[in-house]
Each structure stands twice: as structure tokens, then as C-alpha cells.
Design a protein around this ligand. Structure first.
Ligand code: AR6
Length: 166
């Protein structure tokens, strides 16, 4: 399984599944969630309404509609408070639950955004360490390629530096 860091917009990535950094309602929002819903079209929101939300640290799957992917795996990262409220465990759980779903749906190529580091204010280097460690150590069977898609320069550089250190 190969992990690579990409600088760009996750809605442009052609792959089996893209991960959405959503909120507990799964009914859309700003950031990457807003971009995914805009590009996928209103059918995505209609399917999300049937899912009745998602717990923090869990993941749920929908079709990807007008996105160049087969599925969207919606996960809900923790809001960062002070690091003393199970934030790390919950963020790690997002990555694990997404990989479990990707395996269940037999995805070979998946793309993650940097979960929780935008509106949810998780410090990027801490979140990137959790993301890379968790993805690297997961025993994948179907998943052969994971792209971590970073939207801004700082996030991109932080993930690149941490992956190089491995
Ligand atoms: N492609 C890749 N990454 C992106 C894109 C994009 N098109 N757009 C933004 N990012 P955020 P969170 C980056 O706030 O912190 C939403 O309103 C962004 O620069 O999208 O998990 C949800 O509904 C940052 O690096 O997600 C929730 O309410 C990263 O994606 C809440 O925000 C995550 O930022 C979730 O907050």
C-alpha cells in the first residue's frame, strides 16, 4: 500500500472513494464538506438525509454522484479543544473506520483530506502524525493507494515532512 501527499482539491481526484470531513448531521457545511456537496450535486444531500447523522470518529458511505469517484466515505472528526478530550483517539478512529469501509466496498484507491484541521482546529502537525501513523499501520487487503489531499501550502508541507521522516 502506497501513501502519497497531494497538493490540491480532493473533488478533482479520480479514485474509488473520497473521504469527506463532515459534521454529525451529515447535512453539509463549509470547507471540504461544502466543496464535496457542491460538486456531487443535490443527490448527495438526499442520500445523506437517509443516514440520520454520524457519530464523531465513525464513518458512513454514500455514492459519489457527479464526483469522479464511486463512493464518498463521510467521517466526523473531533473538534479540538485542549488535547485532553480524547481528540487523538477520535481522530485515529476516523481513519480506521474509513479504511474499514474502503475495504468493505473493495476500494483500491482512496483519497483523504486533512480531517479536523480546518474548522475543527486540530493542530496540523499533530493531526498529520496521527493520520500517517494510522494509515501506514492498517492491514489493508484491497486498498493499494492512499492519497492525502492537502488544500493549503502549510498543510501540504507539514504532511510531506512527516511522511519523509517515516
Ligand atoms: N480539497 C481538499 N481539502 C480541502 C478542500 C478541498 N476542496 N477544502 C478545504 N480543504 P475543514 P474539519 C481542507 O474545515 O476541520 C465543515 O463545515 C482545509 O483547508 O473542511 O474537519 C463540516 O461540515 C483543511 O486543511 O474540515 C464540519 O462542520 C481540511 O480540508 C467542519 O467543517 C479540513 O478542513 C469539519 O471541520
Amino acid at each position: 500500500m502506497k501513501i502519497q501527499i497531494i497538493h490540491g482539491d480532493i473533488t478533482q481526484i479520480s479514485c474509488d472513494a473520497i473521504v469527506n470531513a463532515a459534521n454529525n448531521s451529515l447535512l453539509g457545511g463549509g470547507g471540504v464538506d461544502g466543496a464535496i456537496h457542491r460538486k456531487a450535486g443535490p443527490e448527495l444531500l438526499a442520500e445523506c438525509r437517509l443516514l440520520h447523522g454520524c457519530a464523531t470518529g465513525d464513518a458512513k458511505v454514500t455514492k459519489a454522484y457527479h464526483l469522479p469517484a464511486r463512493y464518498v466515505i463521510h467521517t466526523v472528526g473531533p473538534v479540538y479543544r485542549d488535547g485532553q478530550h480524547d481528540e487523538a483517539k477520535r481522530l485515529q478512529s476516523c481513519y480506521i473506520r474509513c479504511l474499514e469501509k474502503a475495504e468493505e466496498y473493495q476500494c483500491q484507491h482512496i483519497a483523504f483530506p486533512s480531517i479536523s484541521t480546518g474548522a475543527y482546529r486540530y493542530p496540523v502537525s499533530q493531526a498529520a502524525t496521527i493520520a500517517i501513523e494510522t494509515l501506514k499501520n492498517y492491514p489493508c487487503q484491497y486498498v493499494k493507494r492512499i492519497d492525502i489531499v492537502c488544500f493549503d501550502n502549510y498543510t501540504y508541507r507539514t504532511y510531506c515532512q512527516l511522511l519523509k521522516k517515516e
